[in-house]
Design a protein around this ligand. Structure first.
Ligand code: FAD
Ligand code: FES
Length: 516
């Protein structure tokens, strides 16, 4: 999915274009000094920023302008057109900002504006911040702290040897052999040095003293904090059945996990993937790309049926079948041996590599031990604060009151984790901003990306607009008559419009777009 630099299209903006050619709220793609640039008009002012998303190089000109933010069509990052800053995950880096100049009837993009944007954090910000969990939410939190101008001590504590990684890539391009390992760390060591973030790795937190405001680490050290952000994520479930601990049975969560599947795939011939979930299916696709014979075992009659419904689930199944994946559905594994997986239906599948993708369990033990309220996750308020003042939670562990559904939800999506990390950081600084982003996730199956927006759990009706087989559709999920979520294939602009409308609680617009 990662693209190269956008090819140059549209006018040379350094030569100027008529001001009248850009309407208020419109985006014009052009270029300046050999770089793709978008020109945007907001009210009477013009702004120009780089046209290539800093996440995976998505084309920002095909995105959606919402207020001052230009949203990327691929995975819904957003950039402030005034500053070039990423205001929404998953992008972490700025796009370049360009100077503009109106001369007579024309608008010109002149040169890059390198002036740093600086902010002063709230005066009563805590003296130090500790973030537990060097993953999506943890990294996003430390980035937000520094972006907000926080100058206090920041410590990010991780359990693995590696710092934060681009986890979604571990089942996709990296596992398939299409992305080099250099792409996987979210940041290199120099970023932590430059931003004065102390990164403590391979040293899990063993306990939290919520009242005394300190954490203890596995090496015996104790760290005091002014505010704490818990972002311990989730661990994959290993089914308890004979043979599930054998060395050729792999889970997939960490870079180490993905590396060891890649190493095993070099000599393996036949893989069985247990679990027809997103991760199981992405792993199946990647192993097919590596030339292995792949069998997927799933309990549901249709893969992903609970999330995507029959029609889209069947399409995903067919897509994998076209790529040679063999499904064994409506059954589960009974036992694993060194060279086979025995199923409940009596079938025996030869396998020299097994990947288990059967869901995750949120890592809430630390929070529970510290006496924080937990109920299918760490319970947080609208500001992502736990039951203990000054302690926040974000990502896969957090169960928050979603203002759009009125329900308490816990969601396991990359973008949600990053956005919550950012929101928790800002609230830890005292900024008191309600977390109200509508959940978004994407999944990639071969050349077909699926974008999903909303909270669909508990849907009771599904409608398809467009044509799933043609890879051009919006599938909407209703609960009690209301559209609560939409999945789409190659309807990126509409997916962004749906996100914006859902965030405004504008059900009428959601209905209109979902039927388009
Ligand atoms: C292979 C794979 C592919 C995925 N693909 C997608 C996708 O395409 N789209 C999508 O939306 N989502 C995807 N997800 C889900 C997404 O990655 C997660 O929702 C997201 O990473 C959650 O972020 P987090 O910060 O809560 O947890 P994590 O990113 O898991 O980070 C938590 C970190 O905390 C550490 N930790 C745990 N306990 C301790 C402790 N006691 N002390 C210190 N550190 C601790 C863990 O080791 C971990 O590194 C994927 C997940 C996987 C595994
Ligand atoms: S490429 Fe823009 S959000 Fe991923």
């Amino acid at each position: 999915m990662a693209g190269g630099a956008a090819e140059l299209k549209g006018p040379d903006l350094t030569k100027g274009v008529a001001c009248a050619s850009v309407e208020d709220g419109e985006v014009l793609l052009g270029h300046a000094n050999g770089e793709a640039v978008v020109l945007v008009k907001r009210g009477e002012s013009f702004f120009a920023i780089g046209a290539t998303c800093t996440h995976y190089s998505g084309p920002l000109a095909e995105g959606l302008l919402v207020g001052d933010a230009l949203h990327c069509p691929w995975h819904h990052a957003a950039f402030d057109v005034r500053t070039g800053e990423p205001v929404r995950a998953p992008a972490l880096n700025n796009v370049p900002r360009w100077k503009t100049e109106v001369r007579g009837e024309n608008i010109f993009v002149t040169s890059k504006d390198e002036t740093p944007t600086s902010r002063t954090p709230p005066r009563d910000a805590p003296a130090s911040m500790v973030i537990i969990g060097a993953g999506a939410a943890g990294q996003a939190a430390v980035e937000a702290l520094r972006r907000e101008g926080y100058a206090g001590k920041v410590t990010l504590i991780g359990r693995e040897k590696e710092g934060p990684v681009d986890r979604p890539n571990l089942s996709k391009d990296y596992l398939a052999g299409n992305a080099p390992e250099e792409w996987i760390p979210l940041r290199g060591p120099e970023w932590y040095a430059e931003n004065k973030v102390e990164l403590v790795l391979n040293n899990p937190v063993t306990s939290i003293d919520a009242k005394g405001k300190s954490v203890s680490l596995a090496d015996g050290k104790k760290l005091e904090f002014g505010a704490l952000i818990l972002a311990t994520g989730a661990d994959p479930v290993r089914l308890k059945l004979p043979g599930s601990e054998l060395p050729h049975v792999h889970l997939l969560r960490t870079l180490t996990d993905s590396r060891s599947i890649i190493a095993a795939a070099k000599s393996a011939k036949r893989a069985v993937v247990i679990g027809s979930s997103f991760i199981g299916l992405e792993a199946a696709a990647s192993l097919r790309t590596r030339g292995l014979e792949v069998h997927v075992v799933g309990m549901d009659a249709v893969p992903l049926q609970k999330v995507l419904g029959d029609a889209l689930g069947t399409f995903v199944q067919k897509l994998h079948e076209e790529h040679g994946v063999v499904f064994h559905l409506g059954t589960g594994p009974k036992a694993i041996t060194a060279d086979s997986v025995e199923l409940n239906n009596g079938q025996k599948l030869a396998a020299d590599l097994v990947v288990m993708g059967v869901g995750v369990r949120p890592n809430v033990e630390l929070a529970e031990k510290a006496g924080l309220a937990c109920d299918n996750g760490v319970v947080v308020d609208e500001h992502l604060q736990t039951s203990a003042p000054g302690i926040f939670a974000a990502g896969d562990i957090a169960r928050w009151p979603d203002p759009h559904t009125g329900k308490k939800v816990r969601i396991e999506h990359w973008v949600v984790a990053e956005r919550q990390g950012q929101a928790a950081a800002r609230n830890a600084l005292g900024m008191k901003k309600r977390f109200d982003a509508v959940p978004f996730f994407w999944s990639q199956h071969y050349d077909v990306p699926i974008n999903y927006i909303g909270v669909g759990a508990g849907w009771d009706a599904v409608e398809v607009s467009g044509n799933i087989a043609d890879r051009n559709c919006i599938v909407s999920y209703r609960a009690d008559g209301k559209i609560v979520a939409c999945a789409s294939i190659y309807r990126d602009k509409e997916s962004l419009e749906l996100e914006a409308a859902m965030e405004r609680d504008d059900a009428k617009t959601v209905e209109r777009i979902a039927k388009s």
